[in-house]
Design a protein around this ligand. Structure first.
Ligand SMILES: Cc1cc2nc3c(=O)[nH]c(=O)nc-3n(C[C@H](O)[C@H](O)[C@H](O)COP(=O)(O)O)c2cc1C
Length: 160
């Protein structure tokens, strides 16, 4: 089975976890980037995306220079934004057909997961399984992991 990690991160939490998985599995990694980056000001992003759950926006994302057909397993990482997935990950899931693949999502968040995994399951044609919520402190800049390292490494070993 060939594995690809696909993730979007506004800050560094999701990237950090994605890189941790890459180190463990030695697999390929792809960062999703919106064509128009979000504001550098955190509070502006929070305010501007307040209706994420209702509007379910799909902003344009940069072309991916990778052939998804080469992979059987996609590890999909997203922060939680307003109780669900981030818009760039929504664009990825609605643009690319992941049928026939195993999709293993993880969501970094501050304790309010909402319907994140439900939306992934709704949009994704692949087989979604083994989802993991990874919690950090609410203080954005602090970057402190609350989910134990053991829980994360056990999960990585399970999805290998
Ligand atoms: C726009 C925005 C909305 C957020 N909404 C939620 C939320 O609904 N639930 C939650 O637990 N955390 C929420 N957070 C916190 C992030 O999910 C958390 O800090 C995440 O780990 C950030 O990942 P990143 O550093 O990779 O961008 C929100 C953060 C932002 C910027």
């Amino acid at each position: 089975m060939k594995t690809l990690i696909v993730y979007y991160g506004y800050g560094n939490h999701t990237r950090m976890i994605a890189n941790m998985i890459k180190e463990e599995l030695g697999c390929d990694i792809l960062e999703i980037k919106p064509k128009i980056p979000y504001s550098a000001d955190y509070q502006t992003v929070v305010d501007e995306t307040e209706d994420n759950l209702e509007t379910r926006e799909t902003p344009e994302i940069e072309d991916i220079n990778i052939d998804l057909g080469n992979y059987d397993k996609i590890i999909l990482g997203t922060p939680v934004w307003w109780y669900t997935i981030t818009p760039p990950i929504r664009t990825f899931l609605t643009t690319y057909d992941l049928s026939g693949k195993i999709v293993i999502p993880f969501a970094t968040n501050a304790g309010w997961l909402g319907s994140t995994f439900e939306e992934i399951k709704e949009l994704c044609k692949g087989k979604v399984e083994n989802e993991l919520s990874i919690k950090f402190t609410t203080e954005h800049s602090e970057n402190k992991l609350l989910t134990s390292n053991k829980e994360i490494t056990d999960w990585i070993n399970k999805i290998k």
